[in-house]
Design a protein around this ligand. Structure first.
Ligand code: FES
Length: 177
């Protein structure tokens, strides 16, 4: 089971929308009126328009094209073209989500923000593309994912303090080169 950091918690504000990626999957991330952070596939189940082009109305996310309203569970709570009726059999694709260490984590399975040993695993951000970072990090040991346009997130394994120190040295080298 792999969980990924998909956003910084502080960046997910009320009434706003954050776009991110989980592997090759585009994500829309939004905080609902309940205070919970929702991480969904960034694709409306109606006509596949990006949900991130819509609006976070607090209690629901509104699709930009036809105004479908999605409650926090992901289900469609209102379709304007159906006299405002719900369509609860239709849902956004919702990912398992957790908040830990100031990060928003997500997974296609049950989200578990931890390393392979079950210890908390705090990833290291490096402002360099994954292809470049892979040359310096053993990706059979540490897990790598893209972060933003040109960044990478490294999920270390092994002794957390030691590995973070090693990765910080790699980060400095790459970011200063
Ligand atoms: S495409 Fe999303 S509401 Fe129609």
């Amino acid at each position: 089971m792999t969980s990924y950091v998909v956003a910084l918690e502080k960046d997910v504000r009320d009434y706003s929308i954050v776009r991110s990626m989980m592997g090759d999957k585009p994500l829309v991330i939004w905080r609902g009126a309940s205070g919970a952070i929702n991480v969904w596939l960034d694709r409306c189940p109606h006509r596949f328009v990006r949900l991130s082009a819509g609006r976070n109305m607090g209690g629901y996310l509104e699709g930009v094209y036809h105004g479908w309203q999605f409650e926090e569970s992901g289900k469609v709570m209102l379709v304007p073209a159906m006299q405002g009726r719900p369509a609860h059999d239709i849902s956004a694709t919702v990912y398992s989500t957790a908040v830990a260490g100031g990060f928003v984590w997500a997974s296609e399975e049950e989200c578990s923000p931890s390393g392979s040993a079950g210890e908390p695993c705090y990833p290291v951000h490096i402002a360099a593309p994954v292809d470049q970072v892979r040359l310096h990090v053993d990706s059979s040991v540490d897990h790598l994912t893209p972060w933003g346009v040109d960044g990478s997130m490294v999920y270390p394994t092994g002794d957390p303090a030691q590995r973070r120190a090693e990765l910080s040295a790699i980060r400095r080298r790459l970011e200063e080169s």
